[in-house]
Design a protein around this ligand. Structure first.
Ligand SMILES: Nc1ncnc2c1ncn2[C@@H]1O[C@H](COP(=O)(O)OP(=O)(O)OP(=O)(O)O)[C@@H](O)[C@H]1O
Ligand SMILES: [Mg+2]
Length: 168
């Protein structure tokens, strides 16, 4: 599933829609360069799940726990840039276990070993026509291309294509 996302609000809408597919125990990996819009997407997921915010860049901590405000699963927002391995995350004394939370990981290109077999992998990049780096303020609207792939039996029956429709 690939979709062009024109601005940050559309990225949040995509996240909120994605949240409707997520349940406790799910894992979403976000890949993309600095400033790609990973945290912006997680803000939408947080809104969609109805968890306590705000969702911000988890730069100085490895994982931030957002409890649900509506009886649903909490959101665990992880910065994997500072994480050495998946096992390290499992070893942390988290407020909710990975089985109880929706876990969303901002990921570099690092480790794959030991990752959960079931996961959604989200890649965010500048759209092809923006391939040349554009120098402007961080929050200037700029099209991102988002590709979501489902890995593992958990997602076998899930149709991701409806996510495409409401972004533009
Ligand atoms: N189409 C778009 N989608 C998402 N964000 C956009 C878009 N256009 C512009 N932006 C802006 O780009 C910035 C994305 O920042 P964000 O913190 O979400 O990126 P990030 O991938 O989490 O970065 P980092 O690698 O530092 O964690 C925000 O300031 C946002 O407003
Ligand atoms: Mg971020």
């Amino acid at each position: 599933m690939t979709v062009d996302v024109p601005d940050a609000d559309a990225m949040r809408r995509l996240g909120a829609r994605l949240a409707t597919l997520l349940r406790a125990g799910d894992l979403v990996l976000l890949r993309g360069p600095l400033g790609a819009g990973k945290t912006t997407l997680v803000q939408g997921v947080g809104d969609g799940l109805g968890v306590r915010g705000p969702v911000t860049s988890p730069t100085f901590i490895i994982a931030r726990h957002h409890p649900s405000l509506c009886g649903g699963p909490p959101l665990l927002h992880v910065d994997a840039y500072r994480l050495g391995s998946w096992a390290e995350l499992e070893d942390l004394d988290l407020e909710a276990s990975l089985d109880e939370a929706v876990t969303v990981v901002e990921w570099g290109e690092g480790f794959v070993e030991g990752l959960a077999a079931d996961r959604l992998e989200v890649r965010i990049s500048r759209a092809a026509d923006h391939a040349t780096p554009v120098r402007h303020a961080d929050d200037t609207p700029d099209v991102r291309t988002v590709t979501i792939s489902a890995v593992g039996p958990r997602w076998r029956r899930t149709d991701l294509s409806p996510l495409r429709s409401l972004v533009g």
